[in-house]
Design a protein around this ligand. Structure first.
Ligand code: 5AD
Ligand code: SF4
Length: 435
């Protein structure tokens, strides 16, 4: 009998996580049930080409499935996501892992049910990756990980071509969804019990669906039942005063912003093609904080971009000390073949990169811990996500400012708003007790 169960392995960002929810939605519509990888009839690997050593992780994961495939020819392996948009990756799969059953890309995600049907019924190997994104597809199903919160795409692709980044090549040119489609999706989600939406785009600030991003936020705000609105990612070069006003005016738009600065030196920022300066970024942070004093901030930082001197790196450390982020994602620069920076001279030796990285992480973590300490004694409103990962007798959730809070509770409070008194601020989370 056919084994109609599935398992999905997801690498990468929220955008990928959401694509996996859509794939799960397709599979459930087709009568598939979730299962552990060991028992599943189909394994879908949703890949990312941004994270460090993405190729190595992916091919490692894929290689592990070979024996399984040999023992059970009916076991299906599908691979998709950003990496499949790169020809060299698909070529490598075809030559070294020819037993992979289905390959599709980000541009033709919605063709997955069709490809799966063909693979099952014709026992054919399906390979279909589209170079060009053909607009925006509406009406895709989605099986959400959480009942009470959801991701909503507002733009696809990116036009910014930061010189280190592969995304413009793997996800194509920026396309904005229509506001009415986004609002209709939010309304549907709200009817389904969703209280928090996170609007997703590589650069939400360049949303252009007939209104700007601030205008869109004000529309999403009107949706009854949606209590919290988050969004990411904000490219500093496009963040408008209208957006700052919208955050300041709104009770629903969370007081939290993810604002990657990537590097602190004007020379490096310029060679990254990011179109702001250290000073203009700080000025922006100042304006945001003046309008929304309690806003929390996170960022992305790359160390060891080609040609980065110790002096350049000091400017990155300066930025961390000047802004004092609540949290930061830190990345070692690594070459993405096909991007301009891959051909830049003066690639930084690994030991130098690692040394800078360690110093950066020390600063970032020290400041996170200091900022979290300030929460001790405060009462925070938390939207509960469920049992804590580490401790099943505890529940965890997020503050408006996206701080992770763990607290003891005998009952399951998933999806509820509760008030918690913060008892301890740690580096990556807060501890508290229900009030
Ligand atoms: N090397 C290191 N970090 C990168 N990022 C994107 N491309 C690279 C790269 N080639 C980081 C950026 C981006 C985050 C999602 O990933 O900081 O904001
Ligand atoms: Fe990549 Fe820059 Fe686009 Fe972000 S804005 S996805 S870093 S090219």
């Amino acid at each position: 009998m056919e084994n109609k169960t599935y398992h999905i392995t997801t690498f990468g960002c929220q955008m990928n996580e959401h694509d996996s929810e859509i794939i799960a939605g397709f599979l459930e519509n087709m009568g598939y049930q979730p299962a552990e990888l060991e028992n599943a009839g189909i394994e879908v690997i949703n890949t990312c080409s941004v994270r460090e050593n993405a190729d190595k992780h992916f091919f490692g994961t894929l290689g592990q499935l070979k024996h399984r495939k040999e023992d059970d020819p009916d076991f299906l392996v599908a691979v998709c996501g950003c990496m499949m948009q790169q020809k060299r990756i698909v070529d490598e799969i075809n030559s070294k892992y020819p037993w992979v059953d289905i390959i599709f890309g980000t541009n033709n995600l919605y063709r997955f049910p069709h490809l799966l049907n063909d693979a099952v019924s014709k026992h054919d190997r399906e390979r279909e990756v589209w170079d060009e994104a053909d607009g925006v597809k509406e009406g895709l199903p989605s099986l959400r990980k959480f009942k009470h919160k959801a991701f909503v795409n507002i733009t696809y692709g990116c036009n910014n071509f930061c010189t280190y980044c592969i995304v413009p090549y793997t996800r194509g040119r920026e396309r904005s969804r229509k506001p009415e489609d986004i609002i209709a999706e939010c309304e549907r989600l709200a009817r389904d019990g969703v209280e928090e939406v996170t609007l997703l785009g590589q650069n939400v600030n360049s949303y252009a669906g007939g209104m700007d991003f601030a205008g869109l936020l004000r529309e999403v705000e009107k949706v009854d039942g949606i209590e919290r609105i988050r969004f990411m990612t904000s490219n500093p070069k496009d963040l408008s005063d209208r957006l700052i006003e919208a955050i300041a005016d709104s009770d629903k738009i969370c007081n939290n912003i993810h604002l990657p600065f990537q590097a602190g030196s004007d020379d490096v920022i310029r060679r990254m093609n990011r179109h702001y300066t250290h000073a203009s970024y700080l000025d922006l942070v100042g304006r945001i904080r003046a309008a929304v004093p309690d806003i929390t901030m996170s960022t992305d930082i790359i160390v060891g971009f080609p040609g980065e001197t110790e002096e350049d790196f000091q400017r990155t450390l300066d930025m961390v000390e000047e802004v004092r982020y609540d949290s930061a994602f830190t990345f070692l620069y690594s070459v993405r073949p096909g991007t301009p920076a891959a051909d830049f001279e003066d690639q930084i030796p690994e030991d130098v990169k690692h040394d800078r990285f360690d110093r950066l992480v020390e600063a970032v973590n020290r400041i996170s811990a200091e900022k979290n300490k300030l929460y001790e004694g405060r009462i925070e409103r938390i939207l509960v996500d469920g049992a804590s990962k580490r401790e099943p007798s505890a529940q965890s959730g997020r503050t408006d400012g996206f701080k992770l809070v763990n607290f003891k509770s005998d009952c399951d409070l998933t999806g509820r708003f509760v008030d918690v008194r913060i008892t301890k601020g740690k580096t990556f989370s807060l501890e508290g007790e229900l009030v």
